[in-house]
Design a protein around this ligand. Structure first.
Ligand code: AMP
Length: 747
């Protein structure tokens, strides 16, 4: 039975969202009702589903569940931006269970298969299947997984006859099964694309389109994704009907607890600056940091440098083996190392709740990417710091970002606090002498270690490639960047009080201008030189004064160097309503309609290696009519799909394995039939040598993996079976031996 509502509210780790729409003057009893109405019970889920939820131990829905489940229950198509860990699996599992148990959705005889969940990886699919079985424990619905790398014949037997109600599958194998078995998907009521961005990232795009083309038009589509690349928006527009976009987990506004620091540094000194910065920020209270780099070559180079500098680090980029990525992340989350170096692509879906510091070694190409990166710290009310290294080529991007964040850049002279008390948003430099020393170290490592020298060379080439595909800053920002004077003073957050005093004194000495000129030094009051200077001063004194004042103003206001006469800024009182809201640019990005919402929510990461960028570029061609690059169709309109072994075959290609299996199955049932006669292939099927080769490899893999993934009971059963066979053999042999012996004796 479900527990009383009052006791269900305080679920650790899950915030209870307040209903913002509730009118303020509501009576107490009404308020109580509202509070209760936020639970699973009020969503109108059927009893067996609610029972499953209680058994699983869920008390309150998570925010994403609150938003998504009611919409999904209304039969709406949903695109939800949610990460793993937000409770997204239940967002689609619960509505599916509810829909399939409804008497109105009873399956037609022999056509049970009504819900399909597509997952990018085997691990995720198995995890989802576990959820489906646990939450659907009392619904009586059946479920199965169709995964690549497992015996296809077993999957034939699962899908033939009375198929399961819910299938969790990886797209490649599912399509393969569809084609081989000529599976009809007309009965599908709900299809789910889980972690859709990864599905596309792993190259399942063709398979997904092919599967969607086979689905009935009346089905409901639910799409879950951590990010929304443009390709996915196009897919959603084409495949979903009037979808609702839910962006609960993605907030383009930075948390107020996040501190931002900008370091202006020459591009060639960036590595030295990173080392210095890490030395400062890695303390006992903030022992870990994530560093974002542009390409995988940067990641590899930086990892080597940090090792030499004695800073323990690990790394991840998109081309890395998934298990290596997992190990790297595991090392970092288990505090086995201080720094995680990643590219944007690799950092997708990274959930590091206790992260304090993010460092942008390479400045992000778009403001959204910046928010995506730095949003990994300062989560759940914690404070966090995000440092960005800004080279001359990044200033325009920085100015675009400031516009997006509706924030101002501050000069070190504008703040009085230093060290940890330094406010957010200041841009300054690194202490010059320390930076130079660190740079000497980096140069020495590059000279003395071949592998670092090579990595630096490759990184340089990678950078040139990266600059070709990096999104450029707006034209306006580029114009303003030219007129911007970069800071020359050390960032106050990198100074303590003593250093600050020394530097202030040095700056004062540097800025000191003696009242007299060299011509007036040590000369008599009435000397001709002195008299001549006095008359000149009288004549040009005011002009000199004005020029000096202007220079001083320019040095203080970073962005105000444009125009000769600087007007004083008008200070408006609080009743002044500006023509344009200060955060208008941010608000535009938060639109709720799918098309505009998706357009602003879409986030393309670009590639983190030359190969990936070239692969992307090869898929594009110039459309003369539309005057833009469009995705090219290399197959000339013919539907082609990629097989699990990587080759491309027509989408309608069938190898005949299913027919073969069916015949063999029928033959197994009928012992008397001749086995060889049944193995004949259909004469009409053309089977080139590579198909046979692929089949042989797949069979081998399937048998290997099925052996690998046997559980304890299966292994024990297998052993007992083998022992029995051996005993029987022994027994037979023994009998024969005895028989022979007897025979001889008789002779
Ligand atoms: P997911 O994002 O679907 O991978 O879920 C992350 C974790 O949150 C899983 O362990 C779920 O079992 C758990 N979870 C999901 N929804 C709830 C809920 N409403 N209450 C408590 N735990 C939940």
């Amino acid at each position: 039975m479900l527990k009383p509502k009052e006791k269900l509210d305080d679920l650790p780790g899950f915030e209870v969202p307040t209903d913002e729409t509730a009118p303020e003057n509501e009576s107490q009893s009404n308020k109580k009702k509202k509070k209760g109405s936020g639970g699973f019970q009020s969503m109108g889920l059927s009893f067996p589903v609610l029972k499953g939820i209680t058994k699983r131990g869920y008390k309150q829905p998570t925010p994403i569940q609150r938003k998504t489940i009611p919409l999904a229950l209304q039969n709406k198509d949903v695109v939800a931006m949610a990460r793993t860990g937000s409770g997204k699996t239940a967002c689609f599992v619960l509505p599916i269970l509810d829909k399939l148990v409804a008497p109105t959705n009873k399956p037609m005889p022999g056509k049970n298969f009504r819900a399909l969940i597509l997952s990018p990886t085997r691990e995720l699919a198995l995890q989802t299947l576990k959820f489906v079985r646990e939450l659907g424990k009392f619904t009586g619905l059946s479920s199965a997984a169709i995964l690549g790398g497992e015996s296809i014949e077993q999957q034939f037997s699962v899908m033939s006859g009375k198929a399961p109600d819910i299938v969790v599958a990886t797209p490649g194998r599912f399509l393969h099964i569809c084609i081989e078995m000529n599976l009809k998907l007309d009965n599908i009521k709900v299809i789910v694309f889980d972690e859709a961005d990864r599905l596309f990232e792993l190259g399942f795009g063709e398979q997904l389109r092919e599967i969607v083309a086979r689905l009935p038009s009346g089905r409901q589509t639910l799409l879950f994704s951590a990010t929304l690349p443009k390709m996915l928006v196009e897919f959603a527009r084409a495949g979903l009907s009037d979808p609702v976009l839910i962006r609960l987990d993605v907030d383009w506004k930075l948390p107020s607890t996040l501190w931002l620091g900008w370091i202006y540094v020459r591009a060639e000194l960036k590595t030295a600056a990173l080392l210095l910065l890490l030395e400062r920020v890695l303390t006992d209270t903030t022992p870990q940091a994530v560093v974002f780099a542009a390409t995988k070559h940067h990641v590899e180079y930086l990892h080597m440098i940090l090792q030499k500098a004695g800073i323990s680090s690990t790394y991840a980029y998109s081309g890395l083996d998934p298990s290596a990525r997992k190990i790297a992340l595991g090392r970092f989350t288990n505090n086995k190392c201080s720094v995680l170096i990643v590219t944007d692509v690799a950092a997708r879906g990274l959930d590091l709740p206790a992260l304090d510091t993010v460092i942008n070694y390479n400045f992000p190409a778009t403001p959204k990417l910046f928010v995506h990166r730095v949003g990994r710290s300062a989560r759940a009310g914690r404070s966090g710091r995000a440092w960005s290294l800004v080279a001359a080529g990044d200033v325009a991007h920085l100015l675009d970002l400031q516009l997006f964040l509706a924030a101002d850049l501050q000069c070190p002279t504008q703040v009085s606090e230093s060290g940890l008390a330094c406010p957010s948003g200041v841009w300054g430099c690194m202490p010059a002498s320390a930076l130079e020393m660190r740079h000497q170290d980096v140069m020495a490592w590059e000279r003395n270690y071949n592998e670092i020298e090579d990595a630096a060379r490759v990184m340089g080439r990678g950078w040139q490639q990266y600059m070709k595909w990096r999104e450029s800053a707006s034209a306006d920002a580029n114009k303003r960047a030219k007129a911007t004077t970069p800071p020359t003073l050390t960032h106050p957050a990198l100074l303590d009080e003593g250093q600050r005093a020394v530097l202030d004194l040095a700056a004062q000495i540097k800025n000191y201008t003696p009242k007299g000129t060299i011509l007036e030094l040590g000369v008599k009051h009435d000397s001709p030189m002195n008299v001549a200077m006095k008359t000149m001063k009288k004549k040009h004194g005011k002009l000199v004064q004005r020029v000096r004042e202007n220079k001083k103003l320019q040095a203080e206001g970073i962005l105000s160097t444009e125009g000769k006469s600087k007007k004083k800024e008008v200070v408006r009182d609080e009743n002044y309503i500006p023509h344009q809201a200060s955060d208008q640019v941010t608000e535009v990005g938060m639109a709720v309609n799918f098309n505009s919402g998706a357009a602003s929510a879409s986030l393309d990461m670009g590639a983190d290696s030359g190969e990936a960028a070239r692969a992307h570029h090869n898929h594009m061609r110039w459309d003369r009519k539309r005057k833009k690059m469009v995705h090219a169709d290399p197959d000339g309109g013919r539907k082609m799909i990629r097989t699990e072994s990587g080759g491309r075959v027509p989408a309608s290609f069938r190898s005949g394995r299913y027919e073969e299996w069916r015949k063999r199955n029928a033959q197994d049932q009928d012992d008397d039939e001749d086995t060889n006669a049944n193995r004949k292939r259909p004469v009409s099927e053309f089977r080139p040598h590579w198909v046979k080769h692929n089949e042989a490899i797949a069979n081998k893999k399937a048998t290997a993996s099925s052996k690998e993934f046997r559980d304890k009971t299966q292994i024990v059963k297998d052993r007992i079976r083998k022992e029995k066979i051996q005993q029987k053999l022994k027994h037979k042999l023994g009998n024969k031996g005895k028989g022979k012996g007897k025979g001889k004796k008789r002779k």
